[in-house]
Structures are given as C-alpha cells and as structure tokens.
Design a protein around this ligand. Structure first.
Ligand code: SF4
Length: 459
C-alpha cells in the first residue's frame, strides 16, 4: 500500500505521541506491582501454551554518541562490567526457575547500550548460561536478534554471533557523512559496514536491518541522499529511519550538539520526504511508523498474511510470546502483566544481591486495555479495522463500545487521514505517516488536547 507525504497535514498533526510498542505505554506503569505478583503471573502463564521470548539488556558502551537517548553506561571499567554480568546471571537463574522448562524460547533479543561491548568470551559465556537456564528453540523458526555497533566488531565476530545462535542482525548506521559523524561522535566508514554485511550474508543471517537517523547536525537533503545511496547499495532487508529528538534537558549527552547545526524543521521534513520517496522508488515497502523492508522480507509477507505484530522491538513477524526481560531497565510482559526492572545499575544490582527479583514497577492490564491494545495493533500493522470482525474476535459491539472514539474519528476523516464507513476504518496513504495520531484516539490514558512533552515527536 502506498504512502503519501502531505506536508501541511504532517505539520498540523506532527505533535508528540507514543510509539505504541506497548499499550498501555510504560508511562502508566506504577510501583504497586510486586515481585510476588510477578511470580504469581509467571506460574499462571505456565498453564498456557504461549511460547517465551527473552530480552537481554547490556547497558555498556565504549563511547558516547551525542544524540543517544538510550539507557546506557559509557565505561571501560572492567570490574563494573564483571559485577553487572554476575548479577545478570543471578537474575537469569531466578527468572528461569519461574517458567516451565518445556516452554521454548522462540524469540531472543539482545539490546543496549551495546551488546557487542561484550567480547567473544563474555558473550559466549552469557549465551551458554542462558541455554542452560532456558529451553532454546534451535529450529529455523527461531528469531534471535542482536543489536550491533559496527565499530565494536569485525567480520570474524559476525561469524561468531551466528555460531552462538543469532540469525538476525540490527546495525546502527545513523549517517555515513563524515561531518555528521563528527558532530555526533560516531565515526564508521561504509567500507567497515560493507565488510560486516558481506560477512553476515556469508554466515547465513536471514535478515539484516539498518538504523538511520534524520535530523542530525549538518544533515542536508543532498548529504543524506548520499548516505541513502551507500545504504541502498548494501541492500539491507529492513531499514528503520528515526527522527532525532533534541531534548538536551533530558539527555545530557545531547548538550554536546550545537543546536544551530541541527536542520531547521522544514529541512527535517524535506529529509523525511526525500527518504520515503527514495526508499519506495528503490523497491522498499513502507511497513509503518519508521520501518521499511524489501518486498521479500518476512515483515512484508506477515503484513499480507495477517501475522504482523507490534511489540517492544517495533514490528515483528513472531506470534505473541510471554516476554521475560533480563537486565537493568528491561520491560517484560507475561499474560496481562507488564513488569519493568530497576532502571539504574546500582539499584538493579543491590536488589539482586539481596536475592530478590529486580522488578520495580509495572501494570496489570484490564480487559478494556486489552481490547484497546488490539485496536491499536490492528491500525498500526494493517492500516485498517473491520468493526464486525474485530467485534466477533473480542466479544464486543465495536460501534457501541467505541461510540465516543468513532465520533472523534470524524475529524481525522475530514482531514483525510482515514476513511470511515459503517463497516470499518481504513487509513489513507496520507494518514499512514500519522499512525500514532490515529491510534491515540483509542488511548484512554492520553489527553488529546495536550501536546505531551513526555513523548517524542511523531515526525
Ligand atoms: S547510540 Fe548506542 S552505542 Fe551510541 S551511546 Fe547510545 S547506546 Fe551507546
């Protein structure tokens, strides 16, 4: 399905909004959820046939990329890393004891920080520990991914990642222009990245994904066009193109970026417009939000056959799993519960040292949340929703249940973001770049009148 860049609409609607990698979003989590609740939900989930997914957070980085808004620790202190790993192992043991060993780990994601901060021995030992604690799926159906900072690995290490069981790679590229790289303190050459991609293809990695960022200092349409040329020549299966949000009050490292070097809002729009046009002209399919994929990629096929999902990793082809999060700040989801670990390493390590699960907050979602989550999921994955089909699936009369929301949709229809009929909602090519604005209509926690600064800008 096409996507249409309507500058006037984007400017008018391009306010802040959640990315809906979960609903409700993490902002709704509270500290009422206890480790006992977590244990009870884990035990309950063992009665289901839902498979398991693991998220492992490695917070360390060798150097600071000035744009970064992740939960990370820039250090070269080996003792600090060793202590974290020791506590992570303990958490793995505590968590694995809660889940039935017959349940397979079908999905695994290493994020950070920089997972490849860990050297060959550290990563190998961690994977061995995880394999000993959980029942890993070793079939081709597994989806085991790792975020790779190209500056931390060479071609040989890519083969090692494959040998450890990973079959998906996500490479942080951002921009190849040298002035931009200098301004954000992240230098990596196309030749280095090309060598990694070649090595990944030789090893057998089925899906290689690149992350790019638009709106970084010194970027122009011409300079970013040159980056896109280099990227397209490497043919990543998937591309995520994120908007840089300059929030120096919140992310200290961003104070190293000179605000005067950041492209003006109209240039940012041109950058986005050009990126979408170019990627689509080169054969990439716009999946939704910030994501593009080649036509033969599983994401595109999943969108066609109705198995596309939206989860904490963005879009995924995998059926819904119970997600166990390991490591500082990790967010898991078991049944109708979200749970988040302590967000500082000091607190995370202290709690584990006491022999407790490091869960600090979370949420037990109710049926209304689940129905709304399903609406948002359908809109973000398929750009449409059939009232009767949805109602049958969830035991509601959609028009009655969401009478107030359907009324609010009128405005979006008048503005051309959606088509609304007696039978359902269809997002128009214009509306596809404003998915989160459409989804926000069904978010009962959001005040649409507020331009909420807790969220990043939609565009
Ligand atoms: S962008 Fe990645 S490598 Fe750079 S500081 Fe952030 S987490 Fe670390």
């Amino acid at each position: 399905m096409e996507v249409c860049f309507d500058q006037e609409l984007i400017v008018r609607y391009g306010g802040r909004g959640p990315r809906y990698t979960s609903y409700p979003t993490a902002l709704q989590f509270n500290d009422q959820l206890t480790p006992d609740d977590y244990r009870a939900k884990a035990a309950e989930s063992n009665d289901s046939d839902v498979p398991l997914s693991l998220y492992v957070h490695i917070p360390f980085c060798h150097s600071l990329c000035y744009y970064c808004g992740c939960n990370k620790i820039v250090t070269r202190n080996e003792q600090r890393v060793a202590r974290y790993m020791e506590m992570l192992y303990k958490e793995i043991d505590m968590q694995s004891a809660l889940f039935d060993s017959s349940r397979k780990i079908e999905q695994l994601h290493f994020g950070g920080g920089t997972p490849t901060y860990l050297d060959k021995e550290q990563l190998g030992a961690l994977m061995q520990h995880l394999r000993g604690a959980f029942n890993f799926d070793d079939s081709d159906e597994r989806e085991f991914s790792i975020e790779v900072d190209p500056r931390t690995v060479d071609a040989g290490r890519i083969q090692e990642l494959w040998d450890l069981g990973f079959n998906r790679l996500s490479l942080g590229i951002q921009d190849f222009n040298e002035d931009v790289q200098k301004a954000v303190n992240r230098a990596q050459s196309p030749a280095e990245v090309r060598a990694l991609v070649d090595s990944a293809r030789n090893a057998g990695f089925g899906s290689i994904s690149f992350d790019l960022i638009y709106g970084l200092p010194h970027q122009t349409v011409d300079s970013f066009d040159a980056t896109l040329d280099v990227v397209i020549a490497m043919k990543p299966d998937r591309l995520a193109v994120y908007n840089y949000a300059h929030l120096p009050q919140r992310f200290k490292g961003q104070r190293m970026i000179n605000a005067n070097d950041i492209p003006a809002p109209e240039v940012k729009l041109d950058l986005l417009h050009h990126t979408i046009d170019k990627l689509c002209a080169e054969g990439y399919i716009y999946i939704g939000m910030d994501h593009f994929a080649l036509p033969e990629d599983e994401l595109v096929l999943a969108r066609e056959d109705g198995t596309l999902q939206r989860n904490f990793q963005g879009y995924s082809t995998h059926r819904q799993c119970d997600l166990i999060a390991l490591g500082v700040s990790g967010i898991g989801g078991i049944g109708n519960m979200f749970a988040q670990n302590a967000v500082t390493t000091m607190e995370y390590e202290e709690i584990i040292e006491r022999g407790e699960l490091p869960i600090k907050k979370g949420l037990l979602v109710d049926n209304d949340d689940l129905v709304r989550a399903a609406v948002i999921q359908d809109l973000m994955c398929y750009d449409s929703l059939d009232f009767d089909t949805f109602g049958d699936r969830h035991g509601i009369d959609f028009r009655d249940y969401f009478a107030a929301e359907v009324e609010q949709l009128d405005v979006l229809e008048k503005d051309g973001l959606i088509e609304l009929s007696d039978s359902g909602i269809t997002i128009t090519p214009r509306g596809r770049l404003l998915l989160r604005n459409i989804a926000m209509t069904f978010d009962r926690y959001i005040n649409l009148a507020e331009n909420d600064s807790r969220f990043s800008k939609a565009i």
